[in-house]
Design a protein around this ligand. Sequence first.
Ligand code: PBG
Length: 332
Amino acid sequence: MTRIPAPFPANRPRRLRATPALRSMVRENTLTPSDFIWPVFLMEGTDAETPVPSMPGVVRRTVDRVGAAAKDAWDLGIPAICLFPYTAMEHRTEDCAMAWDPDNLTNRAIREIKSACPEIAVMTDIALDPYNINGHDGFVENGEIVNDRTVEALVKMALAQAASGADILGPSDMMDGRIAAIRGALESEGYQKVTILSYTAKYASSFYGPFRDAVGATGALTGDKNTYQMDPANSDEAMRLVARDLAEGADMVMVKPGMPYLDICRRVKTEFGVPTFAYQVSGEYAMLQAAAQNGWLDGKKVMMESLMCFKRAGCDGILTYFAPEAAKVLNG
Ligand code: PBG
């Protein structure tokens, strides 16, 4: 409980803000490169990178370049990298079979990173949207995103990623029952050590726009994701989903987006006390970068402030496109 120790002037809170030394002594939270998970985009081809226009500073890279990127991240102190594949429209199908192909972009990239930099933790995304002709995270039947058939496909996708060497699986699809199904399959197939970071409180947000450009889903997506992603108006529901995902075998949980949902981060940490992550999503990144490019905000300062806010809100870590840049600032 917060108490004011004495009335003014005996109590002058500004005393402890007077110098950098005093401020650093009473600082309640810290940010280090080990707080970051770095999301990277993959594309087909060799020895190439292309910029993502709506995410200044972010590129898609070919698989042969991702090992070096992972090594750079590890050398900066970043413990984990998260992979997202770009799939052109002509390679998207209704059956999404590429999602569990052992040689899809993600699975090749996992193996590439594991040989170039075995120390870094490799995280993946589990959802059908990069492979789906209509851009949805699940199969679509008669205009409906079907749950149980999608979960079966997600399990196949999870096992292919685990077989390629993934350390952390990130189911981002928001189907019901997927954590239990994936955990059960991992246990019975010999992947007991593979962890699950569940996208538990994932909201139906418009802040994902630039990401959908980055993975080639913008043109593909028909309709919205409101029947599976959460209503931004809800908070108690997020607590029920955290309880459920933990009961089904999630090791860590995530709140997404990040900055507009810090209240959810705080509630999850306070009510459950489990490893809690936030995803500072593409739209948050784009807003800060756009304002910085216009000279309206100090880009470096708002980057660091925005990341510290997640720690203050109770997060153990942050998925952020700023990871390498912020790590460089922190490393001086
Ligand atoms: C796909 C997925 C999305 C993001 C991560 N995984 C987009 C979506 O649900 O439409 C968004 C990440 C970002 O905006 O940075 N399942």
